[in-house]
Design a binder for this molecule. Structure first.
Ligand SMILES: [Zn+2]
Length: 335
């Protein structure tokens, strides 16, 4: 099952997408004072600057703090554990088995594969994503050289992230909505993009200065029935008109006013990392643009299937939605 914000949707997934989207808003408003879900969908492009204070400092993640380095063995650093929905960094320091050929080798864990990419310090780095749905336990992480020969196997524990489950009452009005032609495909393509060039560098920055009012990974039920779906990003309680910043350098792959996602920007940060920002009132970039960390890519709105202004920010690594808080762990939760 694929769904909200990012994933390719099958027919079943479209319904799941919609319900998931509704769920986010419900959760958000539940924390904001209980606006009714029955409020009519907003008109796209209705974001109005609120004049809210923007004098809080920009929140920036601290590199390495949330990514265990691991113990080096055979010149390869592999952390011993990773949580569901997060990313394991595998670094190769001894390149004797990794002569730069057409590829740099790969890493596999729990049926996911991530490529090793060259870094500025001369090492190779693989960002290995773990699914929210991966059963916790002990797994074999395997490192393969460019010839696809097994170099070494490591034991990695996938830990239970204890994502909550939430039930949402879904309006019938969600059922008839359809995405624009190509909308879901474009977002699936962003998720699957793995460019060899590296545009990103740490630390990343939060796309807005605001607090988070819906976390990544919340498992969804609607009308009491499990959807098999979950929240594929975080929601920032940002007022309409708030500038949205690129979390790191990247190439604009999506910049379009969609029907379901609303105003959407998708960035390819290179080497398998992507980010997406939806419900924008206005876009400030176009496809093909190169952006630097901090550039304003658009403005917060409530377009698409949203009942109020907020920013949904998602991240993808090697084809999987992952928890943005692993990069930006210092964004405050809304009170
Ligand atoms: Zn969201």
């Amino acid at each position: 099952m694929r769904s909200v914000w990012g994933a390719g949707l099958g027919k079943a997934g479209v319904f799941s997408f919609l319900t998931g989207l509704f769920a986010v808003i419900v959760i958000g408003f539940g924390l904001m004072g209980g606006l009714a879900i029955s409020q009519p969908p907003p008109v796209p492009g209705n974001g109005v600057p609120s004049g809210a204070s923007v004098d809080r400092p920009v929140v920036t993640g601290k590199p390495n703090e949330h990514f265990p380095v691991g113990v080096a063995a055979s010149g390869i650093q592999v952390p011993g554990s990773v949580r569901q929905g997060e990313v394991l960094k595998v670094r190769v320091n001894d390149l004797s088995r990794f002569a730069r050929a057409s590829s740099n080798g790969t890493v596999t864990l729990a049926n996911r594969k991530a490529e090793l990419f060259p870094q500025q310090d001369g090492s190779l780095l693989a960002m290995v994503p773990v699914s929210v749905f991966q059963t916790p336990g002990s797994y074999a992480l395997k490192v393969f050289d460019p010839g696809d020969n097994l170099v070494n196997t490591y034991k990695v524990t996938i830990q239970d992230a204890h994502y909550r489950t939430q039930n949402v009452t879904v309006s019938k009005t969600t059922e008839g909505l359809q995405p624009l032609p190509g909308e879901l495909e474009a977002i699936q393509a962003l998720k699957d993009t793995i460019s060899a060039v590296k545009y990103w560098s740490e630390p990343f920055m939060s796309p807005t200065v605001d607090c988070q009012n819906s976390p990544f990974g919340v498992k969804r039920l609607h009308n009491g029935i499990p959807t098999g779906d979950y929240h594929k990003g975080v929601d920032l309680r940002s007022p309409a008109g708030r500038p949205i910043h690129a979390i790191s350098g990247g190439k604009v792959q999506i910049a379009r006013m969609y029907r379901l996602h609303g105003g959407t920007v998708g960035l390819d940060h290179g080497q398998g990392i992507g980010s997406i920002y939806i419900h924008m009132s206005r876009l400030n970039v176009k496809p093909g643009d190169m952006v630097k960390k901090g550039d304003v890519i658009g403005y917060v709105g409530s377009t698409g299937f949203a009942t109020g202004p907020h920013l949904h920010w998602g991240m993808y690594v090697s084809g999987l939605p992952v928890n943005p808080n692993q990069w930006i762990a210092d964004v405050p939760k809304c009170r």
